[in-house]
Design a protein around this ligand. Structure first.
Ligand code: NDP
Length: 419
């Protein structure tokens, strides 16, 4: 029996909400609140009569802490699920603290305006000290640790697939498979085809910022940064086949390096087709990925926001995407003094997702873990107070829930390793 406030009503939130409504014995009441209330109303109307969950909707600007506080105090939820954008993480955490409510999200904080001088000064210092230059990092949200702990509240960060399930896979490997983990390779393969020359599978602005940035990996206690897309490997993925994959910076590397301190190397690879990379490079070269406003015929336009308006909405890709995703982690390490390897992953079919929840598999593989993370908090399986990432919690009930609610794990003890 619980009341949950979901903020955001895009591709990922749509899946998470539909999945919550499949577990209405836990998610008894749900309020969907977003900037564009019509989207919330449309989803609520679509779900009417299909679930016992009582759904209401609301309009909120999640950049505005006072608006959030008013909404949270009037709805009185047990948990706020932030499935808007990473730009809203801090304002929503502030509001949760003010109202005494648990918090969770699917991506760590990054600012919308990367030209803001106050943010930029802190960012540039971090780049020098930490050794990686991504716009996003955990420091902003880890700064809330003491406040959440003192308030007796939990903030669960990054509970999608990657970040999210990948960290639960690491916690599982550490708990059941290894005494000591030496290396972790996180492999994110999307073998899906939507038929467009160019589209992104989640929010284009956040996605393009991430994949056009320099890559980096963790090795022997420090970050190694490389030019974007400069490390490429080929890998044969179960049920997908041969794909080219590229080393990216990814947020869970940062928390895993902290929480599995013996690990010597952590890398993250994502598959991309040549057409995607060529389009992205071209857009970058002409300035369309820039977040700095330009003046166009008397209007101020942010190029990447204008591009977002031109690209297909990721939430609309469900019916036309065919193929499968395969996301997981390969480990090397030691158990009982012997060297061993282990690969745990999930394979998800785009069309199956569309049949079930009217979505492609990228939103599905993010929305289902968000629902399962909420389930862990609401049913008392994860009770740690403070600000935590997924690998800090017991992976067993979470992976059992994923098996049950649509993202079952596969494993092998003889994987092909990535060189
Ligand atoms: P969308 O752009 O599809 O949806 C974002 C939603 O947030 C929209 O409903 C949007 O409203 C709403 N929103 C944006 N700004 C505000 C605001 N100021 N106030 C209230 N609502 C707002 O994004 P996705 O669904 O693709 O992604 C959602 C999140 O999931 C992102 O943080 C993304 O980084 C993360 N993600 C995580 C993954 C993982 O594996 N961990 C993988 C993929 C995504 P409007 O309709 O008005 O635009």
């Amino acid at each position: 029996m619980s009341r949950v406030l979901v903020i955001g009503c895009g591709g990922v939130a749509g899946v998470a909400i539909r999945k919550c409504c499949q577990v209405s014995e836990v998610f008894t009441e749900l309020c969907i609140a977003s900037r564009t209330k019509e989207k919330c109303d449309r989803l609520a109307a679509d779900l009417a009569g299909t679930t016992a969950t009582k759904i209401t909707t609301a309009q909120v600007d999640a950049d505005n802490v006072d608006e959030l506080i008013t909404l949270i105090n009037s709805y009185k939820p047990d948990l706020v699920m932030n499935i808007a954008l990473p730009y809203q993480d801090l304002t929503i955490m502030d509001a949760c603290l003010a109202c005494g409510v648990n918090y969770m999200d699917t991506a760590n904080y990054e600012p919308e305006d990367t030209d803001d001088p106050a943010w930029r000064a802190i960012y540039e210092k971090r780049c020098k000290e930490a050794g990686f230059s991504a716009y996003f990092d955990y420091s902003w949200q880890w700064a809330y640790r003491e406040r959440f702990e003192k308030a007796g509240l939990t903030a669960l960060l990054g509970c999608g697939f990657d970040p999210g399930v990948t960290q639960a896979y690491c916690a599982y490997a550490k708990k059941h498979e290894f005494d000591e983990i030496d290396t972790i390779d996180i492999l994110d393969c999307n073998g899906g085809d939507h038929g467009y020359a160019f589209a992104t599978n989640f929010n284009p602005e956040v996605n393009l910022r991430e994949v056009s940035a320099p890559g980096s990996y963790w090795e022997n206690g420090r970050w190694v940064e490389i030019p974007a897309m400069s490390i490429k490997r080929e890998y044969t993925f179960d049920q997908v086949g041969d794909k080219d994959m590229y080393l990216l910076h990814h947020e869970e590397i940062e928390s895993l390096a902290l929480n599995i301190p013996e690990v010597k190397r952590i890398r993250f690879f994502m598959t991309f087709g040549q057409s995607y990379l060529t389009h992205m490079k071209c857009l970058e070269n002409v300035g369309m990925l820039s977040t700095t406003p330009v003046n166009f015929e008397g209007h101020e336009i942010v190029p990447i926001k204008f591009l977002k308006a031109l690209l297909p909405d990721p939430a609309s890709l469900g019916p036309r995407t065919h193929g499968k995703t395969n996301i997981g982690c390969i480990f090397t390490g030691k158990k009982d003094g012997k060297e061993k390897t282990y690969y745990i992953y999930n394979v998800c079919d785009h069309q199956e997702c569309n049949k079930e929840v009217k979505s492609q598999a990228i939103s599905y593989t993010t929305g289902v873990p968000a629902m399962c993370g909420a389930l862990m908090l609401l049913t008392g399986k994860w009770t740690e107070k403070g600000v935590h990432t997924v690998e800090e919690f017991d992976p067993d009930p979470f992976l059992d829930a994923l098996d049950r609610y649509g993202l079952p794990r596969s494993e092998t003890h003889a994987p092909v390793l990535v060189d």
